[in-house]
Design a protein around this ligand. Structure first.
Ligand code: MTE
Length: 386
């Protein structure tokens, strides 16, 4: 049975909290302890939104306890694995109803994917925009396993009129909030790496990440990967609901910060952009050694990272960093660089990534009223004392 009870405790009442979470309390909206999650920053406790702090960017595969959580509403309350069903209907010849045992009989496939919330980095925009104030850590890399969505759709025999696959989650919808329903184009649904994932990092999905099954749409914004999946409906056109429009759209034209956007002049966000973040040293650090270990991660949605460069002064010169050897299409690359500060003082360190399509992180991100796809060149200010 899945329970919605999340044990919220005053932080100082808990002896189990890590040093990291103590250090991050000033960022947190509220001090909470969430079973199965460790040392994350709480951006919202009402509908659970947890951000990974920079120190956990040190692992190519993000452990489940450190993986960010983004919920638009309450997690499902009353669903047991034996009661769960996945229906496939709409523009198909043979509608299906599957249970977990049925899913387990279908050949599984594993995809290592960097999952990033479209709103990650919103708090770093120069002009404030409303929404969850994510900084760098609404992102993580997991190994997701489950049947290919394509295999399920082929069983159901999609009609030629089927153009989009719609996903419905089992979230508990509070009041008048519209349910979490979105759709993806049939071409992406049929891609051999798009999954109905039942496992993450080799273990069954936890409730926070969509147990018993979620869509996994690799390279695309996290919102495409519907959790607690219970219905797939093939539609003859894109789904039109709150989380497709006005939600998760980008203006077709550049908009000056604070400008008005005509909803009809927007398009749905699909793939993530090219982006790198500096995980260490953290912004505002005071360092006692001139030898500075600069490190982070870079990803590019459906593209691959070609290079990451750093700048340590204002001369406009960029130096390539060492990329980690662990790699997979759709997964971030970790990177690092050991830099010797020429003398004590204050420095601004910048990092920028370029992908295999030649896209480079811009100095400022394209402004939009929800702060989606923030990917401006990352920067931290540090002081070197020695
Ligand atoms: N699926 C459902 N049913 N409900 C949600 O609120 N949030 C989406 C997506 N899938 C969401 C959902 C968003 S916005 C993101 S970024 C990812 O789940 C986050 O996945 P995670 O919580 O497993 O990290």
């Amino acid at each position: 049975m899945i329970s919605r009870r999340i044990f919220l405790k005053a932080v100082f009442a808990s002896a189990a909290l890590t040093t990291a979470s103590h250090r991050l309390l000033s960022w947190a909206d509220e001090a909470v302890e969430v079973p199965g999650k460790e040392g994350l920053i709480v951006r919202s406790a009402r509908f659970l939104d947890l951000e990974m702090p920079p120190e956990f960017f040190d692992s190519w595969i993000t452990s489940v306890p450190h993986f960010f959580v983004r919920n638009h509403m309450h997690e499902p309350n009353t669903l047991g694995p034996s009661e769960w069903r996945l229906t496939i209907g709409g523009e198909v010849e043979k509608p299906q109803t599957l249970n977990l045992t049925d899913l387990a009989k279908i050949e599984p496939h594993t995809v290592t994917n960097t999952l990033e919330c479209a709103g990650n980095g919103r708090a770093l925009q120069q002009q404030h925009v409303p929404g969850v104030q994510w900084r760098r850590g609404a992102v993580g890399t997991g190994r997701f396993t489950g049947p290919r969505l394509r295999d399920l759709l082929q069983r159901a025999a999609v009609k030629s009129t089927g153009k989009h696959a719609m996903f419905r989650g089992l979230d508990e919808v509070p009041g008048k909030v519209p349910p979490f329903i979105r759709s993806i184009p049939i071409e992406k649904a049929m891609d051999s790496d798009t999954l109905v994932a039942t496992h993450m990092n080799g273990a069954p999905l936890t409730k926070h990440h969509g147990f018993p099954a979620r869509a996994l749409v690799p390279g695309w914004i996290g919102a495409a990967s519907c959790k607690w999946l219970t219905e797939i409906k093939v539609l003859d056109k894109e789904f039109e609901g709150n989380f497709m429009k006005p939600g998760y759209r980008m203006p077709n034209q550049p908009i000056p910060p604070g400008g008005e956007v005509n909803p009809d002049d927007t398009h749905p966000i699909t793939s993530l952009g090219v982006k790198s973040v500096i995980a260490g040293p953290s912004d505002g650090s005071v360092l006692k050694s001139r030898s500075v270990h600069i490190y982070g991660a870079a990803w590019a949605g459906e593209a691959d990272i070609a290079r990451v460069e750093i700048s340590t002064d204002s001369s406009g010169s960029w130096r390539p960093v060492q990329l980690g050897t662990e790699q997979a299409h759709y997964a971030w690359k970790l990177w690092s660089f050991v830099w010797r500060a020429p003398k004590p003082g204050e420095y601004t360190i910048r990092a920028r990534a370029t992908d295999g399509q030649g896209r480079t992180q811009p100095p400022t991100a394209a402004w939009n009223p929800s702060g989606y796809l923030f990917n401006a060149v990352d920067q931290v200010k540090i002081r070197v004392q020695a």
